[in-house]
Design a protein. Sequence first.
Length: 291
Amino acid sequence: MIDAHHHIWLQKDLPWLLGPEQPRIFGPYRAIMRDYTTREYLADIAGTGIGKSVYVQANWAPNWFMDEAAWVQEQGEEHGLPDAIVGYADFTTGDVRDQLDKLKKYNRMRGIRQQLHWHENPTYRFARDPDLCRDETVQKNIARLGDYGWSFDLQVFAPQMAGAVDLARACPHITFILQHAGMLEDLSDSGRKQWQDGMKALADCPNVVTKLSAFGTFIHRNDPDFIEEMIVTTEGIFGAERCMFGSNFPIEKLWTSYTELFNAFRSGAKSLSKKKQSAIFNDTAARVYGI
């Protein structure tokens, strides 16, 4: 089984984990303001059956994007995990290829994430502009990932999904991995409808798959019922062959253990066929990330 989304970090290399806590989507995080290494991750996943993992960039200082990839590559060579790296590059620059060329020497590289999510709530906001998905430079640079055989991990909120559809259609040869099943944060009836409509539009793009992850981000707890709802609803929209499990560890460690989280996901998928469960917990990630 594969964990398609986790982070390992050194505290000294993460400005956003240093000093006084700043408001974050996932709430107070003093408990993880320390090194989180592969060694600790291996202890966390013990007994779960996880055999492979994908590291997703953890927002080191942008000018340290190569240092991040190099360190994770070293961790993989030393410990056997992570098997794949989703690194960082800035797609708003004129030509991203110089950054990508520097990353391609790391054989665990599989893709890039630049977080494009923007929200009216400043605490939830990351990108400088709500509509970067439609930016011509961004689209042109993401299209260049095809020359490297890499995917793009796409992170947007529901109101941005129409723009994300335009991005996916502008780059039909790029595989987009929608983070956290579209980051549902508005649990009102209207919020859920906007999210479902956006998810259906993205699912109409054959080059978009989605990650079942980070369902505790906005509620700050491990909620098995909510996890089941999200798995069943998202699978119904995308199909299991386009869904993959991700732990979002160590962020979720703020409110649960890996075993408890993984058990909630396994239980949440119990109504699906064994074939669909295999896709979600192994096959989709293995195919998309080439591991």
